[in-house]
Write a protein that binds this ligand. Structure first.
Ligand SMILES: [Zn+2]
Length: 224
């Protein structure tokens, strides 16, 4: 829940737990904003792939307990499989095992999830509920700051590469609505390397961080 005295809140959601998270966490900490990191506990740095010609590797999560301190850890599927294509037991493994392994590693029980590939279905949502997961983020942008009814299929405001990112930030800062407003940005940290645009996040944070009338919280701190 957004604390009573704030009308506006900003939150971030970054997926996959890649090596570029180290730089992103540093940036977030420097600007005093909070993020939810959606992690795949069954994957590690043993495989590498290329995004726009830049190498992408996952982090070895047992080495990252301190890295993510102060931020939220959420489920993203044990092996990052498309959850709408799985058998019941595979789905169970993706959600329950990831939740349990992340709990064991980070010491608190995850209450949120980002759907791998943004793919969701009624069956997946039901499984989330039975695992005690209270919100699930998809990838389709809302381009809105309004509160949402269905937290299990939650739409982010936009991806950090959305062409409307800065106009949305301006609109968010200028808004004088009496309604609660949430600016929710998502992405993958490796995209900044591949697209050579780390400055985009710095420009965004220069604009929206450090405002006395904005609450900066993790997804759970803001949504639940
Ligand atoms: Zn992912």
């Amino acid at each position: 829940m957004i604390p009573e005295r704030f009308r506006k809140a900003v939150t971030f959601s970054y997926d996959d737990g890649n090596e570029q998270d180290i730089r992103l966490v540093k940036l977030f900490n420097q600007y005093g904003v909070k993020c939810t990191f959606n992690l795949n506990s069954g994957l590690d740095n043993s495989t590498e792939w290329l995004y726009q010609g830049m190498p992408v590797r996952r982090l070895n999560l047992p080495e990252c307990i301190d890295l993510y301190k102060g931020h939220e850890i959420a489920v993203h599927g044990t092996f990052h499989r498309n959850m709408t294509e799985l058998s019941e037991s595979e789905l169970h493994e993706e959600i329950f095992s990831d939740r349990d392994r992340l709990t064991e590693l980070f010491g608190s029980v995850p209450v949120g999830m980002a759907y791998p590939y943004g793919c969701h279905s009624q069956t997946v949502t039901e499984c989330l509920k039975s695992a005690g997961i209270r919100y699930g983020r998809i990838v389709h942008p809302s381009h809105s700051f309004a509160l949402q009814q269905n937290l299990l299929v939650f739409l982010p405001t936009c991806h950090h590469d959305d062409e409307n990112l800065f106009s949305l930030a301006e609109a968010f800062l200028a808004s004088e609505s009496d309604e609660r407003q949430i600016f929710y940005i998502w992405g993958h940290s490796y995209e900044f390397d591949g697209n050579h645009n780390w400055d985009r996040m710095e420009r965004l944070l220069d604009k929206i961080a450090g405002k006395p009338d904005i609450f900066y919280g993790t997804n759970a701190e803001i949504l639940l």
